[in-house]
Design a binder for this molecule. Structure first.
Ligand code: TRP
Length: 468
């Protein structure tokens, strides 16, 4: 039989392999590039607190649900719903594949920048930071890096689950941990590191409003790779022997931990770059790509090349295990449902994604049209296409998550979920986790996700925030 038996689809070799691959999917540009500055904008530790609550109360149940649907059906994000007997709900999976393609189309461009900056750092070109706007319009160069990054992703995915994705995660994730801890220790030795840490960690409850709360939820969903079937897909390669609940807890801890450490590492570096003046810190792309190279330069040629190269290599590795998971979603769908070989599926998906990524590639200054792509209702400046796609994807992920839990609680029926969770977790049916999950998937997640979804749509596209 073509392409349907478990052995042909592939499977994880070990629980650790699955956890590292799923944590690799979670840990990405979102953690190292975005999280620290979301924290800063959202009121420091107050935001971290809200973020943690969302991760463990709202996202953790969705994470478990996605993995369980995948393992139960051993199918891709669309086929899983068919296989449960609810084909009319497979639009959730289709929405997920669409979200994955959208995310990967722009994510890969930023990942290419990160790798490009690694090359610039090790060759001693620290000026690149002040020339960032020239870098992003050098289409040949950034196009080349985007192709390189997508090709690397495609090669890993084409090798399959255990020999490709799992093996890459087993090499990249431990390396990533070593690099981030090394950079963290180094950051602590810099002058003004205490100032940076205070700025990061002291809660400002006054900056907490519905908009930052919505931001925390968006960030949590994106960071945990939820709501688009990536975990249905990864779960479909998981053995019945494994405990889904404890795996999901480890993945969440891993993701939250790396995001938190990224902040501990970045803010001392920022404080060093400003001489301890934290009044005018800029976040996001600006900071990582424009400010950090200058900091690395001030460390001196060789040390700068090592620390700067290390940082951008870290960012590239984090991004790579995420692009792999994003590509695996459409690939696994094509392999299962259209009975194509994995290689053919990879080539088709990667080609489509590269073409769809062209607007993002040229949308940071090169093409005026894509740089000033859309002006939201009530906004006074246009938004570039990459930011717009990010907002669109965030919205789809929340909707996807809402639909997945609601489907599980009310259509597939939660008893079926609990039965699946019992494999690999002997006392599950009488555990407190079950009591919590029951409350979470029937009441808490559907209600809160629906409310927050509406708020995020309003604030993303219409500039309306209810409070503030
Ligand atoms: N979680 C990754 C990050 O934080 C991005 C990512 C990978 C993702 N796979 C995903 C986001 C699936 C949503 C869905 O950078």
């Amino acid at each position: 039989m073509a392409g349907t038996s478990t052995s042909e689809r592939g499977a994880w070799n070990s629980k650790l392999g699955f956890i590292l691959a799923a944590a690799g999917s979670a840990v990405g540009l979102g953690n190292i590039w975005k999280f620290p500055f979301e924290v800063e904008a959202g009121g420091g530790a107050a935001f971290v607190l809200v973020y943690l609550i969302f991760c463990f109360i709202l996202c953790f149940p969705v994470l478990i649900t996605e993995i369980a649907i995948g393992r139960k059906t051993q199918k891709n994000a669309v086929g899983a719903f068919d296989s449960l007997g609810f084909s009319s709900w497979n639009f959730i999976g289709k929405l997920g594949i669409l979200s994955g393609i959208i995310i990967l189309s722009f994510y890969n461009v930023v990942a290419g920048w990160a790798f490009g900056f690694f090359v610039e750092m090790v060759t001693g070109n620290f000026q690149i930071g002040s020339q960032f706007s020239e870098f992003t319009v050098d289409i040949i160069k950034i196009g080349g890096y985007a192709i390189l990054f997508l090709t690397t992703t495609a090669i890993i995915v084409s090798r399959g689950i255990s020999a490709g994705i799992e093996k890459a995660a087993k090499i990249l994730m431990p390396t990533l941990i070593i690099m981030i801890v090394g950079l963290l220790i180094y950051a602590f030795t810099l002058p003004y590191s205490g100032v940076g840490l205070k700025y990061y960690l002291i809660p400002e409850f006054s900056e907490l409003n519905l908009q930052t709360i919505g931001g925390a939820l968006r960030q949590a969903f994106f960071s945990l790779s939820l709501g688009m079937g990536a975990l249905i897909t990864y779960g479909s390669y998981l053995s019945k022997k494994e405990n889904i609940v404890s795996s999901a807890a480890l993945i969440t801890l891993f993701d939250v931990g790396i995001a938190f450490i990224a902040g501990l590492m970045l803010f001392p570096i920022v404080a060093y770059s400003t001489g301890g003046d934290m009044t005018d810190v800029q976040g996001g792309a600006g900071l990582i790509f424009t400010v950090l190279p200058g900091v690395f330069e001030s460390l001196g040629g060789t040390l700068g090349a090592i620390v700067g190269g290390g940082f951008f290599l870290l960012l590239s590795f984090a991004a790579l295990t995420s692009t792999v998971s994003l590509l695996e979603v459409p690939v696994s769908y094509i392999v299962d449902e259209h009975k194509k070989s994995r290689k053919a599926a990879v080539i088709i998906s990667a080609a489509v994604i590269f073409i769809l990524g062209i607007p993002s590639l040229v949308g940071n200054g090169y093409s005026a049209f894509f740089t000033q792509f859309i002006t939201y209702v009530g906004a006074d400046a246009p938004t570039d296409v990459m930011t717009f796609l990010g907002h669109l994807a965030d919205t789809f992920l929340l909707l996807g998550g809402l639909l997945i839990v609601s489907f599980t609680a009310f259509v597939w029926k939660k008893e079926s979920l609990y039965e699946e969770l019992s494999y690999g977790y002997v006392g599950f049916q009488t555990s407190k986790v079950k009591t919590f999950l029951n409350f979470a998937i029937t009441i808490l997640c559907p209600a809160l996700l629906a409310i927050l979804f509406v708020l995020v749509v309003l604030s993303n596209f219409f500039g309306i925030s209810i409070i503030n």
